[in-house]
Design a protein around this ligand. Structure first.
Ligand code: SAH
Length: 387
């Protein structure tokens, strides 16, 4: 007769080392190994759970049919579960973009955006998309998920709607990976066979939640099967974390939100520039070790009559000279409470032309999902928008 070893429930919970709920999603192989070990199960069970969570993307412990039933019930009895953020609502744009409002275990909400065609930030050199697929079964070619890293944001960029929320809390690694899993499931996308790009450019500043962000990246690469070459993280300019990212063995490509060509202007629109000014930021950019065929991205939000003149474009050219980088231009996406103007298209194209003529690769990001408040800088939970 098979002897069923019952683990001490408290040991099982201690091993998970996280507050309620005891969610397996977000644990890495090492943590899962500690967990199964404390339950008296062999180490290969950890690999089975890892596979069920990230490769099969099971919805519940029940679905993890590669695990013995009694082990599953021991875990369930200990309050252990599997859960990715719940899709509370979907807003579908006329351009196909979907903005998801997701609810977390503590009723906080975040937003995650599905862009079936990307936003052309990746156009040209593929630096945000990796290789262009030949075309795929779903009929989309550059599908991109824009992932949030925090509930709200602490960086007070004057042109961004998320900033108006302030920061409420960090997302843990499971909540970051879970957003991707929920969208993949909803869109019926199956990495690694289906290609998908990830941009960590949703709500929050990923570099103010660095440990959870980088852990999520590892789980997405090793577990879900999305290559790091198809991921880009954007920072408002938390300089010490740029050096930390450079030292990571598994890391996305880097985008830096520059948004102004001189300190005076940048401090006005991005107060964090007082702490990490352009000299510090650009030094970190210059020292960032690029991989084969990799380039940095500088994002530049064009604010009408603030930072969009020919003079600003020429100043920008001087600033980024010598750095292997491209510039992504984003015309301001408007929103309530944002005092800036969106420059017209001819101004955007003139600005782009000055950069290109000076040898700086520059692309104009198409706004995606502006009509449903899904575009860059517009992620502010619908609850607040409605009020
Ligand atoms: N916190 C990170 C990632 C989120 S913002 C960062 O700052 O980079 C993603 C991009 O959207 C940034 O480049 C930011 O400058 C841009 N952005 C913010 N508000 C915007 C708005 N209202 N219109 C257009 N782009 C905006």
């Amino acid at each position: 007769m098979k002897v069923v070893r019952q683990p001490a429930v408290s040991t099982l919970l201690d091993a998970m080392n996280q507050p309620m709920p005891r969610n397996l999603l977000g644990l890495d192989l090492q943590e899962l190994t500690t967990l199964v070990d404390s339950a008296g199960e062999p180490a290969y069970r950890a690999r089975q759970i890892f596979h069920a969570l990230y490769a099969e993307r099971v919805l519940s412990l029940d679905q993890a049919s590669n695990l013995p039933k009694d082990f599953r019930s021991t875990m369930a009895d200990s309050g252990v579960s599997v859960g990715s953020p719940a899709i509370q609502s979907r807003f579908v744009s006329s351009d196909g973009t979907v903005r998801y409002l997701m609810q977390l275990w503590d009723a906080e909400t975040i937003e995650t955006v599905w862009m079936p065609e990307g936003d052309e930030g990746e156009r040209g050199d593929g630096s945000e998309a990796g290789e262009e697929p030949e075309g795929c079964a779903h009929g989309w070619r550059r599908a991109t998920i824009c992932v949030s890293s925090q509930v709200g944001c602490a960086v007070n960029c004057q042109f961004c709607l998320t900033a108006l929320l302030g920061v409420r809390r960090n997302l843990n690694a499971g909540e970051i990976v879970g957003q991707v899993i929920s969208v993949l499931r909803d869109q019926k996308v199956l990495p690694p066979n289906d290609r998908i790009n990830l941009v960590f450019m949703g709500m929050g500043e990923p570099f103010l939640n660095f440990e959870n962000f980088i852990k999520a990246v590892r789980l997405l690469v090793e577990g879900v099967g999305i290559p790091e070459s198809r991921m880009t993280v954007s920072t408002a300019g938390i300089v010490p974390r740029i050096y930390d990212l450079a030292a990571e063995p598994v890391r996305p490509k880097l985008a830096i939100s520059l948004n102004a060509p001189n300190d005076e202007l940048r401090t006005q629109i991005m107060p964090l520039n007082k702490k990490w000014n352009l000299e510090k930021l650009l030094n970190a950019a210059r020292e960032f070790p690029l991989r084969n065929r990799e380039r940095l991205t500088f994002e530049y939000v064009l604010l009408g009559e603030i930072n969009d003149s020919d003079r600003h474009a020429r100043e920008l050219v001087e600033l980024v000279r010598g750095i292997k980088a491209k510039v992504n231009l984003i015309a301001l996406n408007p929103g309530p409470g944002i005092e800036f103007k969106t420059p017209n298209e001819s101004r955007v194209l003139e600005f782009q032309k000055i950069l290109i003529n000076a040898g700086v690769p520059a692309y104009v990001r198409r706004p995606r999902g502006r009509d449903i408040y899904a575009a860059c800088g517009q992620l502010k939970r619908t609850i607040e928008l409605a009020s």
